[in-house]
Design a protein around this ligand. Structure first.
Ligand code: HPA
Length: 274
């Protein structure tokens, strides 16, 4: 079965489980699953019950696809994403994005936990992603291109929608939540970076670094979706003395900042659908 057929089969299965098709897709990062509580839920599908869906393995990732409404906005929310470092293929990592697109999702909103390299950033800051650098060792669109899913050579001149960034800045301002903005560098992990790597990532133009998001964004753009993404800065890599980082600290910092992020995303998706 080829990718297109898998997408068709999965989306047909999901359509049979829900009454309202979503227009906005949301993918939540480590420690950021609180937003799921703001949804008036119609259906919760466990990844293990969805045909062709990979199954999530990482601590702090729920592994559910939740359908319902945030205000008047019909959403599909992935609580727990698939990371390349877990051993999934790029096709598996980005498969849920393809399925969302097939279900009618036009806008994709992503979040992640990331390490900060910008000296103006602090732990717990929110960063609106304005651009990215793809340092994953494998490209999600490598291989034969199915024109039904998108073009062979997608444009990447403006992957993160300017209007959505402006809306999020407005919303954050009204909620008195300070936000940073900057460039996210995606790489495979699972090691955190060495001090020299953080310095290098900053020199090449990164403000934050993490192990997700970029593959999903590429596939969303391939499919013609609008994209908005936000990082929570959970640790600072640039420092005069080496700083140790643990996954627990990342989760703790993400959890602490999650309500701020949830407040912004909840308003944003309602504005998108208004
Ligand atoms: N590096 C890579 N990924 C991360 C980091 C980091 O410092 N923090 C959270 N995810």
């Amino acid at each position: 079965m080829n990718l297109f057929e898998k997408i068709e089969e999965t989306s047909a299965y999901i359509r049979g489980q829900i009454k309202e098709t979503p227009t906005v897709g949301i993918i939540l990062g480590s420690g950021l699953s609180g937003l799921a509580n703001l949804i008036e839920k119609e259906a919760t599908l466990h990844y293990s019950d969805i045909p062709h869906f990979p199954v999530s393995t990482v601590k702090g990732h729920g592994g559910e696809l939740i359908f319902g409404r945030i205000g008047n906005c019909r959403v599909a929310l992935m609580s727990g994403r698939f990371h390349y470092y877990e051993g999934y293929s790029m096709e598996a990592v980005t498969f849920p994005v393809r399925v969302m697109k097939a279900l009618g999702v036009e806008t994709l909103v992503l979040s992640n936990a990331a390490g900060g390299m910008n000296r103006g950033f602090g732990i717990g800051d929110l960063m609106l992603i304005t651009d990215h650098i793809n340092l994953f060792p494998e490209h999600p669109l490598r291989g034969p291109n199915d024109e039904r899913l998108g073009t062979r050579f997608p444009d990447m001149s403006q992957p993160y929608d300017l209007e959505l960034i402006a809306m999020a800045k407005d919303i954050a301002g009204n909620l008195s939540i300070p936000v940073q903005s900057g460039v996210y560098i995606g790489l495979q992990g699972p090691t955190f970076e060495t001090p020299a790597e953080y310095r290098w990532l900053h020199v090449i133009g990164g403000d934050a670094v993490g192990m997700s998001t970029v593959p999903e964004v590429i596939v969303a753009r391939h499919g013609g979706m609008r994209v908005f993404a936000m990082s929570v800065i959970t640790d600072i890599g640039i420092s005069d003395t080496p700083v140790t980082i643990t996954h627990e600290e990342v989760l703790e910092a993400a959890n602490a900042a999650a309500p701020k992020m949830a407040a912004i995303v909840a308003e944003l998706v309602q504005k998108i659908s208004a």
